[in-house]
Design a protein around this ligand. Structure first.
Ligand SMILES: [Fe+2]
Ligand SMILES: [Fe+2]
Length: 196
């Protein structure tokens, strides 16, 4: 990728913080008295956004940190915590908002996420900003490209839910980056890709 293109990107740590903020803000719209159809929309949006966010971290952010930090306890428990979150999401998806346990399970998910986010924001993101100074923007650009792919792979209604939960500024910036990358790629590489 061109250095010019990735230098336009927000840093990966800013994107992660924005994702956290928006998932937690979306969860605050959920109350026990919220109508069932709105509960389902909020839960679907939050779960889709969390699944994509966790996958992006596991594919792009955690491996970069793994290379920079020799052995870090917080990083080691991050993937198992994602798995725990996925298990709770699977249980939520298997029941509807009419189920008496639905509210409690969603609040349990948010507590798990809040605990995990606190560890990332107090330990892993500051570590990344110290150890990966020159990689933060290229990693942010890689995260945007992968996010667009993952959103594109999901059915339209799910993609809309997830997109609504992600910070719109991040998505808009992401689109700008993709256009910039396309603009900066040498014409020959684009032509070569078109023939393959
Ligand atoms: Fe995480
Ligand atoms: Fe995270």
């Amino acid at each position: 990728m061109s250095t010019d293109a990735s230098s336009l990107s927000p840093s990966i740590t800013s994107m992660i913080r924005l994702d956290h903020m928006h998932v937690l803000a979306a969860s605050h719209r959920y109350h026990a008295s919220t109508p069932w159809w709105r509960k389902r929309a909020i839960v679907n949006g939050v779960c889709d956004a969390l699944e994509i966010h966790a996958q992006l971290e596991e594919e792009i952010f955690y491996p970069a940190l793994d290379r920079a930090l020799d052995s870090d306890e917080t990083l080691k428990k991050s993937r198992p915590e994602h798995d725990q979150m996925r298990a709770t999401i699977a249980k939520l998806r298997a029941m509807g908002p009419e189920n008496a346990a639905y509210d409690g399970l969603f609040f349990q998910l948010i507590r798990e996420v809040a605990h995990h986010v606190a560890d990332e924001e107090t330990v892993l993101l500051p570590d990344a900003e110290r150890m990966l100074k020159n990689e933060l923007q290229p990693l942010g650009a890689a995260m945007t490209r992968r996010r667009m792919q993952l959103l594109g792979e999901r059915p339209m209604d799910i993609a809309v839910n997830a997109a609504g939960t992600f910070p719109i500024a991040t998505l808009l910036l992401g689109s700008t980056i993709l256009l910039a990358i396309r603009h900066c790629l040498p014409r020959s590489r684009r032509a070569g890709r078109g023939r393959s």
